[in-house]
Write a protein that binds this ligand. Sequence first.
Ligand code: MN
Length: 475
Amino acid sequence: MTFNDLLKLLNDYSLEEIAKIKKAYSYAQELHKGQVRQSGEEYITHPLNVAMILADMHADTDTICAGLLHDTLEDTDTTKEEIAQEFNKEVANLVDGVTKISRLNFSSKTDQNMANTRKIITSITNDVRIIIIKLADRLHNMRTLMFKTEFKQKENAMETMDIFVPLAYCIGAYSLKSELEDLSLKYLYPLKYQKIKEIKLKIEEESKNCLNEMLIMIKDILNKENIPYEVRIRTKNIYGIYKKLEQGHKISDIHDLLAIKIMTLELLDCYRILGLVHQKYHPINYRFKDYISNPKTNMYQSLHTTVFGPNDRLVQMQIRTLDMDKIDTYGLSAYWDINKGNARNVMQENLKNKYQFFKSLLEINKVFGDNQEFVRQVKSELFTDKIYVYTPKGDIIELPKGATTIDFAYKIHTDLGNTMVYAIVNDTIVKPDYVLQNKDRVRIITDVMSFGPREEWLDKAITTKARRKIKEFGK
Ligand code: MN
């Protein structure tokens, strides 16, 4: 593993940027000289791999440099000031941010863990790139976990599932999330992992002919229609299958185990392709999903349809533009591009405006002073199963499972919560404490003469914002 392996991933970066990355590599190599990993490899292979994961995510140059330097403050005698001088303040702040996460000292292990976890989670609010570097760091450590003791393996895998997987999901970094899940499962439940892996391989082998036949057919149709495209076969990750099986599904019921991904340039061509696919293969009506008009709350966009392929085999099709695919693959870093200037500002702006978890996180951070309570609330409100409900206009609102119309009203607007008298959910009148279900359509009925939120609502609301606003009312 050498710098050249990283260089191969830097095609889209300017010569000036590559020179800067090369400098960071040499600098880190010099500082880590003589240090070895538990695998016996030179230490520099670790930051180099982290930088490669970041380049693969198309991170900005400062982030890649910080990836190369991310362990230098901790493990060598360089300083933040020196990094700022050699590179710039941005790089120094990123390295410092990553280092601070792992350097906290507390009297008890639990206190330290909680403070650490809080630090990791809240660094998103300051500069999400710190988390992106931390995720890349964790991914490489998970990829090389076989060199650790079994205790360490399980401990790391558990922490990964606990914090890093949900964080990766929040910022929409799907490929990273999937790999972290699979690696964690591999160490937590090695036998189950192995068994599912074998089943998956067998199904892939069995479906090969069917999928190839479909690929040829689709290419043929799209060529005839002159629609530009790229097609790919995508398989569900092992953890995804594991979760379905745990929920009681059978392997044969998992319809998106194998999917054909069709990518094109124009948004409207996605719908044309959908029409062409449906003319050729019968769809299962209730399986169709339009995430283009209704993006997921982590900005995922695509059309999903499940069709009857050759030999009655059910195959999922995912149709999207290349831009949508970029966001699916890179997550938040897809929004950065060189013409938009300062990467940190671009990403924080996008986080603030497009990702619903972000405001809730700020709220929880504001309300909970105690680290343990903060972590508990984040886990139960953000890192948990969610429901997605519609406003009367069709906007999708993300809430934790178990949320009521009270939570919904306060999430939209404080006044809406404070003046709510009842709600209409899918044409039925319900009381404010109605527990919302996935896909509910919710209309809040208000009355300015209402008495304001009732005290008992406190027990019926589960989100931090709703509970705070109810407590504050009338004060
Ligand atoms: Mn590291």
